[in-house]
Write a protein that binds this ligand. Structure first.
Ligand SMILES: [Zn+2]
Length: 246
């Protein structure tokens, strides 16, 4: 955390939120790994260390909360989080990560399956913003070619509609720029749909798992957001959105 905070200050960020993973799918690598007490102790230490330099928010990335809602709610409801990012990490019992997955599934199975899960997650609880809406393209582009959101337009718009109606948001996740997709998740077309449909809550994240990945291509993401019609970005404070001029 301390190294991440130093990287954030190096990028001239004024605020950061740590969204450590809480993934409880029994086949995931992570069940039993998440330790909220350790997390909050380290967060408090860094808040003291960087007081006046960096605002450090408490966040969490909850995986597949539409399937593991009760277990996830037990953690999310028990601690003072500012922000909860809800993400699909599993299509049924298959995780869309790594070559073996992409070598054994086609694009339609992958994207239809992923968006079906995302639509269900959009109707679930314990999250504020849907993470990496079209995440399989990050690696999938290398196997399936460029992702065309128009092929899945009805499914994606249904997800956006449900999120907007429930007061939830989406993020621009810049990690697509360090993988084969070579664009943010979601890309410009989906961001424009979201804006046209009345979407207002838009956060930005680099999905950085290492300090050198922090704030990756944020300037490019700001440009994409502006081009899609956004004049603000969102942060969260105790699970409430706060808008900032872009
Ligand atoms: Zn994720």
């Amino acid at each position: 955390m301390e190294a991440m905070c130093r990287a954030a200050i190096g990028h001239a960020l004024t605020e950061i939120v740590f969204t450590d993973h809480l993934d409880v799918h029994p086949l995931d690598d992570c069940p039993g790994y998440y330790e909220p007490d350790t997390y909050f102790a380290e967060l408090a230490r860094c808040r003291d260390l960087f007081a006046g330099e960096l605002t450090i928010k408490a966040g969490i990335e909850v995986g597949d909360t539409h399937r593991f809602g009760a277990e996830i709610a037990r953690t999310v409801d028990a601690f003072p989080y500012d922000f909860s990012l809800g993400s699909v990490h599993w299509i049924g019992d298959e995780a869309p990560f790594g070559a073996p997955f992409y070598e054994s599934h086609d694009s339609d199975w992958t994207y239809h399956g992923y968006f079906r899960e995302a639509l269900a997650l959009a109707g679930a609880d314990s999250f504020d913003v849907l993470g990496h809406l079209d995440m399989p393209k990050r690696e999938g582009t290398a196997y399936f070619g460029r992702f065309d959101p128009n092929l899945y337009g009805d499914e994606i718009r249904a997800i956006l509609r449900r999120l907007i109606d429930r007061g939830k948001g989406i993020e621009i996740n810049t990690s697509g720029w360090r993988r084969s997709a070579d664009e943010c998740c979601p890309g410009p077309v989906v961001l424009q749909w979201y804006r046209e449909m009345g979407g207002e809550i838009l956060t930005i994240g680099s999905d950085g798992h290492r300090p050198e990945q922090l704030a990756l291509r944020f300037e490019s993401a700001y440009d994409v957001a502006r081009a899609a019609g956004f004049r603000w970005l969102t942060t969260f404070d105790r699970r409430k959105p706060v808008q900032h001029r872009l």
